[in-house]
Design a protein around this ligand. Structure first.
Ligand SMILES: [Cu+2]
Length: 107
């Protein structure tokens, strides 16, 4: 039997607003290009990047400036959490096809 206590219910409900406020940015890998190639996000907050690989080959979403590196298999979507970030241009690329590049523009 699952018992939902008042405390756990409170914790669950109080967690929802913080989660809901995290801006989500969708990026698709298609034809060895990031679509869109540049995405914009607000400074000073955590950001969720959702990277979908619409290709038939695996990719690796990587960024030196964001310190992230994660494989995206064909047809899969990964979630990459970054931030809070200072304003600037953060480059990312597909490490399996390094010519495929894009930017996260933080304002
Ligand atoms: Cu890599």
């Amino acid at each position: 039997m699952i018992r939902i206590t008042a405390v756990s219910l409170f914790l669950l409900l109080s967690a929802i607003p913080a989660w809901a406020k995290t801006p989500q940015i969708a990026i698709v890998l298609r034809g060895h290009q990031f679509v869109p190639v540049d995405v914009t996000a607000p400074a000073g907050t955590r950001i969720e990047l959702r990277v979908h690989n619409a290709q038939k080959v695996p990719a690796e979403f990587e960024s030196s400036s964001l310190h992230r590196e994660q494989v995206v298999t064909p047809g899969a979507t990964i979630r990459v959490y970054v931030g809070p970030l200072s304003p600037g241009r953060y480059e990312f690329f597909d490490d399996f096809h390094p010519a495929t590049r894009g930017h996260l523009v933080v304002k």
